[in-house]
Design a protein around this ligand. Sequence first.
Ligand SMILES: Nc1ncnc2c1ncn2[C@@H]1O[C@H](COP(=O)(O)OP(=O)(O)O)[C@@H](O)[C@H]1O
Ligand SMILES: [Mg+2]
Length: 243
Amino acid sequence: MTKPLLSVQAISRKFGSLVAVNKVSFDVEEGAITSLIGPNGAGKSTVFNLLTGYVPLSSGRIEFRGERIDGLATQRIATLGIARAFQIARPFRGLSVRDNVKVGALFGRNGHRDVDETVDDALRLTGLQRLADSQAAGLSVGHLRKLELARAVAARPTLLLADEPLAGLVPTESEEILESFRALVARGTTVLLVEHDMVSVMKVSKRVVVVEAGEVIAEGTPAEVVSDPRVIEAYLGHEEIAR
Ligand SMILES: Nc1ncnc2c1ncn2[C@@H]1O[C@H](COP(=O)(O)OP(=O)(O)O)[C@@H](O)[C@H]1O
Ligand SMILES: [Mg+2]
């Protein structure tokens, strides 16, 4: 196997006496979609906060392209090529869709190079061209989610992290977002998705990492993890069987 793009090595994070993330290890293979799934409260968003430097590690190590990145500032990590689409989009409400995406482009890796082209590309990839001149304040949940994704895509990341990008969307919108991820992978971007509903990401994921109560309980191909008794137990236990 080739060297992973991202290597997460026994990372932990405590909040007081709560161990939100407990010695979590996994690899993200370049050029594919890996999904991190688990019930609410499992520690998924905290893993993203650790990967992006929003929250410091209690222990462990994170390598991106073979270089250690834990301990680096958030902006430095972004500059290295990791972008994150947040679970809750917080756009500049008074700005247009296009200008919000432009902000993403300016904070990304490409500085001021080809900004307009980058923005158009991100709008096209997420299907937002038609709404480019609309004010962000008036967008629907589905369009806000696409805007959040477009903003992250405009940073031209090597690795895109998306936290529950399908939450609250109707099936057609979910399918459109998944299609955007497929298109990103087709052009060489690596994607790490977080989801609590496992069925929705099974179709697009090459590898799946399952976390529960801060720990990895299973890892493998989608087919491997869905038949894993610990995974079935974890989901039944939380009454979150595939919807
Ligand atoms: N900044 C924080 N301070 C205290 N507790 C936190 C913080 N962030 C997350 N937690 C706790 O860590 C656990 C995991 O949360 P989170 O990573 O958001 O789970 P998930 O994204 O899988 O739903 C939860 O019990 C949550 O309350
Ligand atoms: Mg979360």
